[in-house]
Write a protein that binds this ligand. Structure first.
Ligand code: MF3
Ligand code: CO
Ligand code: CO
Length: 244
């Protein structure tokens, strides 16, 4: 799990310098695909339940599962989430980040900042004996305090030999409820936070999830290992290590 998760977060680090106005999300997909394959791994999304590309690229009002396309050209002020999942030595590692493209409005920057805070606060309650509901409870509290809403239809998940395993990690909840967290578990936390209402719709392509009201959404995701007395963030990037 450490190896595949390190590779997944390296893809986010590798791709960042390319994310400039003018590049298409299809070109981004190709660069990530080649990087993953060169390292001897497989991009888990490719052909997963028929998903057609190697990464998910979700722009602005796309909440998640955006399909890379030559028609989606990055422009100044965009919010771009790239969700990378790698399959290496029979294990999956899953992580995503919302990137700010060029000059982003203060309103959108705040959304991205708060979404990251939600992820970190959710991670911070992880320890043996805590409950999965504790994670959603703190995420919901922060998001609502800042005037945002939390997407409920898509959630974090156990991960390991399979891409999506039990338990479901919902990003809203009540403290003390849900499955108990145990040492050795690996799961993702991946809150999707909206500026407007929480409701979503799925495009005719069967994948792209958008906000119903057309307002922006942001997301961050890490894969977490539950340790004896807390957690290890298996997909922690260098930039995040430097902040600690
Ligand atoms: N990586 C996503 C997650 O965090 C799942 C993408 S499924 C795909 O769970 F098929 F769209 F790739
Ligand atoms: Co995930
Ligand atoms: Co993911």
């Amino acid at each position: 799990m450490r190896k595949t998760c390190t590779l997944a977060r390296e893809v986010l680090e590798f791709i960042e310098p390319y994310l400039k106005p003018g590049i298409s999300t299809l070109e981004v997909d190709k660069l990530c695909h080649d990087y993953i394959v060169e390292k001897g791994a497989y991009p888990s999304p490719l052909n997963y339940h028929g998903f057609p590309k190697s990464i998910c690229s979700s722009l602005n009002d796309v909440i998640c599962h955006g399909i890379p396309s030559e028609k989606d050209i990055l422009k100044d002020g965009d919010l771009l989430n790239l969700d990378i999942t790698t399959y290496l030595n029979k294990f999956h590692g899953d992580t995503n980040k919302t990137f700010l493209i060029g000059d982003v409005s203060p309103e959108n920057k705040k959304l991205v900042d708060v979404t990251y805070q939600c992820l970190r606060a959710g991670i911070d309650v992880v320890r043996p004996g805590a409950h999965i509901g504790d994670i959603g409870a703190v995420i919901q509290e922060i998001a609502h305090r800042e005037g945002y809403t939390v997407v409920e239809e898509y959630c974090g998940h156990g991960i390991g030999r399979e891409f999506h395993e039990e338990p479901q990690v919902v990003h809203v909840g009540v403290k003390g409820t849900g499955p108990m967290i145990k040492e050795g578990m690996t799961f993702t936390i991946e809150p999707m936070i909206n500026i407007g209402e929480r409701h979503c719709k799925v495009l005719g392509d069967g994948w792209t999830v958008l906000t119903k009201d057309g307002k922006n959404s942001a997301q961050f995701e890490h894969t977490i290992l539950v340790t004896k007395d807390g957690y290890e963030i298996l997909t922690l990037r260098q930039e995040e290590k430097a902040q600690l």
